[in-house]
Write a protein that binds this ligand. Structure first.
Ligand code: ARG
Length: 554
């Protein structure tokens, strides 16, 4: 009997023939799922705790495994970006002349150390956290006393870029990589980790963790953008602009009212994300390959460890459900649509034909051919980016349609569009608030456009109807007045009272006060309307709703 040919694989036992070399490379997911390293390590730690509770690992083995997994997940900041203002324990360890492991140990003994300092396998410490200062003092003193010198505690090697590069060519996926790497770090004990679990539940868990984090980041970004719009709206004060229907001038609205329309869209986007987050926050670990784990695991342990609300209900569903990817990408596609509408309006309003705004130079480019040009690259790219967001949502929808239960390898194709959508939105929201804040409107041009082209015709008809003319008739009379104006190149307020009275004797001298820009705005005095007091109230309420709430994830 020959030896199995796939000895490096997680599934080699059954096989006698080697994989086709080209197929082997082609089917690997490691080149893209490598970014799930933090999630995979966090889920593995949770699984380790669960099997330890079931008696598979001793306390000592569990400790070794957890520390080993921490080292496996400890990778350079370029790989798993830190949040702004955070420090990297590895760089910090180097700076303090100690090791990440000693830092972790010291931190875990400090009473102030809590969940906010941990994200997956990373320790996050804000630069102004008092704990950081104490830690620095502690290690500086230790260094002086030479207590933490070589050989005092045995260190596991951390994962390096070189490890990743070496595995790029042969690790099948992130699950395989972590197992290989853990074996390097803690030896054969690593192989016990796979007791009672399957990659099918692992990838389902990793992706949930990824999406949950992406939802939180996206929500924060959206909130920032909404606040930038609110700021801009507050600055706009009572400035007016035309509103459009069918892209024809309709009625004047406050610039603030227009901007708040986008705030409403953002609020729906945030609520879609919040809602999806609630639904997806359940833990697949313990579902096994398809029918449930083959060990009597307490699934609540893993769920709690990973911040899920509880375990998923059905193993067939949990290992093959990707609704959360669908919901996430669909929410992002909708969001992309909103951003694209904003981008389109700004692109139009920045044209010489509209002249409502001057594009910020910091976000525009010139033409290599036409020296006079300032091109709206940012808003054009925003429009373009929305296409790939829709693409991601479409890929997921088509991928899932008709897929039989339970896990199928097709599901691997769902990862890249999700990563791409998350990255795309992250990129957009990293710029959009700043860009929005830097917009400079030409209020004079906007006002002129809002006061020419008979945008007060509706207010004029309302005036007649207030005088007792039935609205249908009032509409017709004002239509005639507009025609009179068009024939002689005059606005409604430039018509003579005698001319107007020729059309209806309901017209009186107070007509001209009823059709000023201000009156035209004020006649929309309903909730959600553009009357100035209504918009002021709406602005204050929006600011209140969107200001960060303590304890909220988004
Ligand atoms: N890379 C795989 C994926 O993304 C992991 C799960 C593999 N499971 C399996 N039975 N081959 O879907």
């Amino acid at each position: 009997m020959s030896e199995p040919q796939q000895s490096g694989k997680m599934w080699s036992g059954r096989f006698r023939e080697p994989l086709d070399a080209v197929f082997e490379q082609w089917q690997r997911s490691f080149p893209f799922d490598v970014r799930l390293l933090p999630q995979e390590v966090a889920a593995s730690k949770a699984h380790a705790r669960m099997i330890a509770a079931a008696g598979i690992l001793t306390d000592g083995e569990l400790e070794t495994m957890i520390e080993g997994l921490d080292q496996v997940g400890d990778i350079t900041p370029e790989f798993v970006p830190l949040e702004p203002g955070m420090v990297n324990p590895r760089l910090l360890a180097a700076e303090l002349g100690t090791t990440p492991r000693s830092i972790r140990r010291w931190l875990s003994r400090q009473p102030e150390f809590n969940e906010s300092h941990v994200k997956h396998t990373r320790i996050l410490l804000a630069k102004d956290d008092p704990l950081l200062l104490r830690m620095k003092n502690h290690f500086a003193i230790q260094a002086n006393l030479n207590l933490d010198g070589d050989g005092v505690c045995e260190e596991f090697p951390a994962t390096t870029e070189a490890d990743l590069a070496a595995s790029m060519a042969h690790a099948e996926d992130i699950h395989h990589f972590v197992e290989l790497q853990l074996s390097k770090v803690i030896g054969p004990l690593a192989l016990k980790l796979h007791t009672g679990r399957s990659r099918n539940e692992q990838i389902a868990t990793d992706m949930r963790l990824f999406v949950r984090e992406a939802i939180d980041t996206t929500g924060k970004g959206l909130r920032k953008w909404a606040l930038a719009l609110i700021e801009l709206a507050e600055q706009a004060g009572d400035a007016a602009m035309p509103s459009y229907t069918h892209m024809q001038r309709a009625e004047p609205v406050l610039v603030a009212h227009w901007l708040l329309a986008y705030v409403s869209m953002i609020e729906r986007d945030i609520s879609r994300l919040t809602d999806a987050r609630k639904r997806m926050n359940l833990c697949p670990l313990g579902s096994g390959a398809v029918a449930g784990a083959t060990l009597a695991l307490d699934r609540a342990i893993a769920a709690r460890e990973l911040g899920f609300d509880g375990p998923t209900a059905n193993s067939l569903d949990a290992t093959s459900d990707r609704d959360f990817l669908l919901e996430f990408t669909q929410a992002l596609a909708t969001m992309g649509g909103h951003i694209s509408r904003f981008a389109e309006e700004l692109t139009l309003y920045a044209t010489a034909e509209f002249g409502f705004l001057d594009l910020p130079e910091a976000f525009s480019t010139g033409s290599s051919a036409m020296p006079q040009k300032k091109n709206p690259d940012f808003t054009e790219l925003l429009r373009g980016k929305s296409a790939r967001l829709v693409g991601a949502a479409t890929t997921l929808a088509v991928l899932m349609k008709g897929l039989p239960l339970a896990y199928n390898k097709d599901l691997q194709e769902g990862q890249e569009p999700v990563f791409d959508a998350a990255d795309t939105m992250h990129g957009i929201l990293g710029i959009l608030p700043e860009f929005t804040r830097s917009l400079q409107f030409n209020y004079e041009r906007m006002r002129t456009a809002a006061t020419t082209g008979y945008l007060n015709a509706m207010a004029a008809a309302t005036y007649l109807s207030n005088k007792g003319v039935v609205f249908r008739k009032a509409h017709e009379i004002v239509g005639n007045a507009v025609r009179l104006g068009l024939q002689s190149g005059r606005e409604l307020n430039e018509l003579k009272i005698e001319e107007l009275r020729g059309l209806s004797d309901a017209f009186a001298d107070d007509f001209f006060d009823a059709i000023t820009l201000e009156a035209t705005l004020e006649c929309h005095d309903v909730m959600g309307g553009t009357a100035r007091a209504r918009v002021r109230a709406a602005l204050a309420e929006a600011r209140e709703r969107l200001s960060p709430v303590a304890g909220s994830q988004l």
